[in-house]
Design a protein around this ligand. Sequence first.
Ligand code: ATP
Ligand code: MG
Length: 561
Amino acid sequence: MSETSKSLNFIEQIIEEDLENGYSKEELRFRFPPEPNGYLHIGHASSICLNFGLGLRYDAPVNLRFDDTNPAKEEQEFVDAIKQDVEWLGFKWDTERYASDYFQQLYDWAVQLIKDGKAYVDNQSSEEMAIQKGTPTVPGIDSPNRKRSIEENLTLFEKMKSGEFGEGTHVLRAKIDMASSNMLMRDPIMYRILHKTHHRTNTDWCIYPMYDWTHGESDYIEQVSHSFCTLEFAMHRELYNWFLDQVYDDKKVRPKQREFARRNLSHTVVSKRKLLQLVEQGYVTGWDDPRMPTISGLRRRGYTPDSIRNFVETIGIAKRDNLIDVSLLEFNIREHLNKITHRVMGVLNPLKLVITNYPDGQTEWLEAENSPEDESAGSREIPFSKELYIEQEDFKEEANKKFFRLKLGGEVRLKNGYIIKAESCTKDTEGNIVEVQCTYDPKSKSGSGTEESLRRVKGTLHWVSIAHAVAAEIRLYDRLFTDESPDTHKDKDFLDFINPNSLEVITGYVEPGLKDAKPGEQFQFQRMGYFCVDKESTEEKLIFNRTVGLRDSWAKIQENN
Ligand code: ATP
Ligand code: MG
């Protein structure tokens, strides 16, 4: 095996085998087929990267096909959001398709199936049909309507189409095998009546094709060569093939369905139905709430397309379902943001610090490097003055040797500035420390070249000048669920595991240069994590989302500096 073939995933191997067996490369064609009944989530990213990745690898077209067969749950809003997300992830589709564009063709084929004696109208209740269906171990029994004449079936199907019947009164079923060991082959429903307006076909139709009937035939119409779907469709493959057999012309490409594992992310849910519940029941503020595992939520949280694509590549394509730890996703965004963001200073829990030997009213502009990773990022100037904010947790009256931050009698360096020594502190009536008084060493200024500027002290703290700092709303996020797999408990609902503390809103203070930061801009707040400006941020009110902390806090790494 060559180096490249070794690294092929099993889906690519299937294609390579087909090519070896005489399949023409020109015939390769793929599709990403979302149902427009919700926003895309991180699981979909796997499917998007797989299908569009194959397109790039084999230089083959990839369609974006909306499987829009259920007007009760589908909306234009979802179509628009899906298109935006696929583009944002960095992919281009060949053509934009809709299963609803094929409704007439599907109807014509269904009529042909009736004429061939392979489909019939059933007007029993759904309960009756369910009983006749049997169980996986007990064969089903034929519907009394299975023997209906072709003429009668044609008439009834026509009446279904023209709106003469109510919802749930009639269905069209494929006539396959009520004793099949595959329950899906026991005369599956092809059409149901829905007196609903469709987001594209409006009221043109009141019968709608079922997903199984639609999906494979749509692949065939588009001449998709390989139709990749998730494992829950493995049992559907037999039906997919049966439906294809009815319409297949052997001069054309016959689509091939193959399955791969769904990707599940820990501490969240990846099911549009459940995500919709979170939105509708107000557990989150919308589909793009930064706590949501949706592509739009991740984008608003500050995730980059690169980080998501890298994550998807890292986890790869699998044959078995499994749970991916969300910390792997966080690792990928940290890696990317480390490369591309400027370092700035922001204090989240301010504690006032007064430098008693610093001149009143003086402002000094200190030079600060924008990125240690990238010299070309240059530097900026930040104001320093007598009164500063530091982080509350960076000061203790007394602490052991391992505490490298500020304690009474101890020294630290203020980042880009001077070495200070804590002399005393003031408390409120409840004993909370409200101010720290320090002295500074005027000769110790960073970068000034003096002996004192080179003196090493153990801790370095970030800070902002109180007179110059800009107040900002800071939104800190935690896992949306307390359980790593909230929707897998038999006796509990996933909503029982909602983390009540998944959002904490505080007021922090950032260096003045951030005053005009625009929605979407991203920064590293030194020692505090990666932040991006939220879409709700305005000139009057600056709002930051914390994308991710600097380290995996859940890994319980005890850091003391
Ligand atoms: P959901 O349960 O979230 O509604 P779905 O499978 O019904 O998911 P579709 O819009 O039909 O959503 O999905 C489009 C494509 O994305 C399908 O091919 C589907 O198999 C794939 N897909 C959906 N969820 C995942 C996932 N968690 N991991 C990998 N692929 C997925
Ligand atoms: Mg689906």
